[in-house]
Ligand binder design. Structure first.
Ligand code: CP
Ligand code: NVA
Length: 319
């Protein structure tokens, strides 16, 4: 039987996307983190994209870490990256993400995209015949959480470790911290005021995951209760990309600032995480960001290793 051109470009049954943290199982998350640690230990020994296979990395929002770590990581895997600002392409003139995905799938082995709504990345992934990776949407930042978990695992075993997440827990970093940490069997304590707590749907998904992994999620409006005895303390910007800068948000979140006084309630050997970019003096103070408990620059480095492992795994699984 001869396939026509369109049939030849249908997605293979096994094509895997990574649009949110629980698109992988706990065992698959552990496998990717194990590979990331191996890639970090021997940075140039893994070349699954040799050929080179190309990867499109598309940005509809600004980026430093994600852009650089994917670009460098794809090169280290033996591949070729095509890093694109969407505004400079026909996406900026309204071409649909679905048609863009159909075209890019003819050129590249994976599509990495940073965009706004999760409906937009879902619309792109639907017709894509190669893996699509979420490099941050409004709802999720799953690549960041792979790096966060790699960083925590360098400090202590993930299962049973507690992580306090402070501030805006209703957006991408809060959601991904809840779900990815649950997959790892961790205990998440969200410290956020009403209006900034994870949606019921996210907490229900976490509860289903935790029934299998032994993790847990608690939500409190009391920042001290969230941090008390925690092994890891993490936070993120109060005003994320795409949000209007508002005095209201600062007023409602200022009690959740990660500062030395709040950190003193955590475990003595607790580590501090922040996905960066930081807004020093807002959600986190210099003393926490630059202090001895900070692991934020290891965390930024681990974006590279974790994403290399993710791409290698997705391409292998999608063959
Ligand atoms: N943490 C993170 O995603 O950083 P960038 O916005 O610089 O990519
Ligand atoms: N929540 C932040 C994360 C930046 C990496 C944002 O979406 O802007």
């Amino acid at each position: 039987m001869t396939l026509n051109a369109a049939q030849q470009h249908q997605a293979l049954p096994g094509v895997r996307h990574f649009l949110k943290d629980d698109d992988i199982t706990p065992a698959q998350q552990a496998e990717i983190l194990d590979l990331a640690a191996k890639m970090k230990a021997d940075r140039h020994a893994h070349r699954p994209l040799a050929g080179p296979k190309s990867v499109a990395v598309v940005f509809e929002k600004p980026s430093t870490r994600t852009r650089l770590s994917f670009d460098v990581g794809i090169a280290e895997l033996g591949g070729h990256s095509v890093v694109i600002d969407a505004q400079s392409t026909q996406l900026g003139r309204g071409e649909s993400v679905a048609d863009t995905a159909r075209v890019l799938s003819r050129y590249v082995s994976a599509i990495v995209i940073r965009t706004f709504g999760d409906d937009r990345i879902a619309e792109l992934a639907e017709p894509a015949t190669v893996p699509v990776v979420n490099a941050l949407t409004d709802g999720w930042h799953p690549c960041q959480l792979l790096a966060d978990l790699q960083t925590i695992a360098e400090h202590r075993p993930l299962k049973g470790t507690s992580i306090a997440y402070l501030g805006d827990a209703a957006f991408n970093m809060g959601n991904s911290t809840v779900i990815a940490s649950s997959l790892a069997g961790m205990h998440v304590r969200v410290g956020a005021p009403e209006g900034y707590q994870p949606a019921a749907e996210v907490l229900e998904r976490a509860a289903r995951i935790n029934a299998a992994t032994g993790g847990s999620v608690t939500v409190t409006a009391d920042p001290v209760e969230a941090v008390a005895g925690a092994d890891v303390v993490s936070t993120d910007a109060w005003v994320s990309m795409g949000m209007a800068d508002s005095a209201k948000r600062f007023g409602e979140l200022h009690a959740y600032q990660l500062n030395a006084g709040l950190l003193a309630h955590a475990a003595d050997d607790a580590i501090v995480l922040h996905c960066l970019p930081a807004h020093r003096g807002e959600e986190i103070t210099d003393e926490c960001l630059d202090g001895p408990q900070s692991r934020v620059f290891d965390q930024a480095e681990n974006r590279l290793h974790a994403q290399k492992a993710l791409l290698a795994w997705l391409v292998k699984e999608s063959q």
